[in-house]
Structures are given as C-alpha cells and as structure tokens.
Write a protein that binds this ligand. Structure first.
Ligand code: DXP
Ligand SMILES: NCC(=O)COP(=O)(O)O
Length: 246
C-alpha cells in the first residue's frame, strides 16, 4: 500500500436531496453508495442533519447494513445523534456544526467555546469504539484544542478555499493547519466544496490522509454517471500527489 495513499470518502447526501424533492424512494442514496464503492471509494460519508433535509435515519441504518468499505457518519454534537452513533457504531463519526437556516455547512466547530461538550462527545464515541473527527476551520488553535480533547482526527473545512481557490491565503491556511496537525499527532482530513476543478492543490498537501467529497461528485454524476464522476476525482487526487512526489 502506498504510504502516501489518500482516502476518498464519497458523501452521498445530495442523492438524498434529489429523492427528498418528491419525498419518494428514488434515487436511493444507499444504491449510490454501493456504486461509489465499486468505483473505488474508500468510504461513504453521510450527514444526518437534525432537520433531515436529505439523509434520513433509515438511510443510515441501511448504509450500516450494506456498505462494505466503511461509514463516516456526520452529525451534530447532540445527545440524540451520539446515542444513534453508539447504537449503530459506524467506523467514524465526524462532528459538525449545524444551523437550521444554513444552506450548507458554513464553518467549522467552535472547539474553544464548546470544548467541554466536545470532550464528552469524543469520550462517548471512544467508549463505543468509534473513531472521532472534528470538522474545524483550518486554524492552528482549533487543531491544538482538538488534539488536547482527544479527537482522533480533524477535518479541515475547505469551503473558504473552494470559494477563493486563487487566494493564496486560503490554501496556505490549509497547508499550515495540516502540517501542524501532523506535527502534534492528530490525523488530518479535509472536505467541503471540493471538485475536479479545485481538488488538486488540496490533494497535494502531504499530511492530508482523507478527503470527503460529495456535492460536486453527485452534480457531475447527473451528466456522466457516478462511477465516472468518482473515477475523475480519484484520478485528480492521484495525479496531484504523484506530481508532488517528484
Ligand atoms: C460537513 C460537510 O461539509 C458536508 O456534510 C456538507 O454539510 C454537505 O451537506 P450539506 O450540503 O447539507 O451541508
Ligand atoms: N465534510 C465534507 C463532505 O462530507 C462533503 O462536502 P461537499 O463535497 O458535499 O461540499
């Protein structure tokens, strides 16, 4: 196994967004997840939001039963969500902030303000044998606090980079936070707003071991199909890291 291999977890939320437009059964995000796995996804990510705007509880139960790679459950740090995670025991839980009125996840967790709640949540996940990841903005202080309260990983929010990929400051923030995380011994992931057009420079950051990508893959799949859309992103990631090696 290439030690520099970078995992691709495909977020299938927005297959469910299309289904929820008619409140029906199709397209099924679980069927989409299995297709993504066959296309080479290393894992499946699903965000069970409190408002259930896309992924439903039944989707999570069926993903747990059918996914053959692993499930990364994204959820808020509420007792209900943590209890569901303790019951289902996905391989990984990524704790994310939620605001009902947000269109999409706007920022990372405020780990300084919510340190006590997050520490307790991480302890509950660890006791259940679940790997914990905190969705944070690419800031050293957030990485430090995440490490100190026992998180196994951080997922760096790439939204600001995705909105301004030509602004050197956004990529620099990701590079610095990733290098710092690796230096202090916490695993580093990244995600939000990544696509074929902008994933290369993020994939080339050597300390980032996992990318979570969804909206762009599902959108692309409308035109080329899910398997091709996954292959395209995978190829961009591999090319970026190979180029960075030499
Ligand atoms: C946490 C994250 O970046 C993704 O899960 C994102 O939230 C996708 O779901 P939404 O588009 O509903 O925000
Ligand atoms: N945590 C990021 C994620 O799961 C996917 O985000 P996006 O690619 O749908 O923006």
């Amino acid at each position: 196994m290439d030690l520099r291999y970078q995992r691709l977890y495909v977020n299938i939320d927005h297959v469910a967004t299309v289904r929820q437009a008619r409140r029906g059964q199709e397209p099924d995000p679980v069927a989409a997840a299995l297709l993504c796995e066959r296309a080479g996804a290393d894992g499946i990510t699903a965000h069970l939001r409190e408002d259930r705007r896309h992924i439903q509880d039944d989707d999570i139960h069926r993903l747990m039963a059918q996914v053959t790679t692993l499930l990364n459950l994204e959820c808020a740090t509420t007792d209900d969500m943590l209890s569901l995670a303790e019951t289902l025991r996905p391989a990984q839980v990524t704790l994310v902030p939620e605001r009902r009125e947000e269109i999409t996840t706007e920022g990372g967790l405020d780990v300084v303000r919510h340190e006590v709640v997050l520490r307790d949540a991480i302890a509950r996940l660890r006791a259940a044998g679940i790997r914990s990841s905190l969705f944070i903005d690419p800031e050293r202080e957030a990485v430090d606090v995440s490490r100190r309260i026992g998180a196994d990983a951080v997922e760096l929010h790439t939204g600001q980079y995705a909105h301004a990929p030509r602004d050197p400051a956004t990529l620099r923030a990701l590079r610095d936070a990733a290098a710092h995380g690796a230096a202090i011994g916490i695993a580093v992931h990244a995600g939000h707003g990544l696509s074929v057009a902008n994933v290369g420079p993020v994939a080339a950051i050597p300390e980032i071991e996992e990318l979570n990508i969804g909206h762009a893959i599902v959108g692309r799949a409308i035109f080329v199909g899910l398997e091709v859309a996954v292959h395209e992103i995978r190829a961009m990631m591999d090319d970026a890291r190979a180029a960075d090696l030499f």
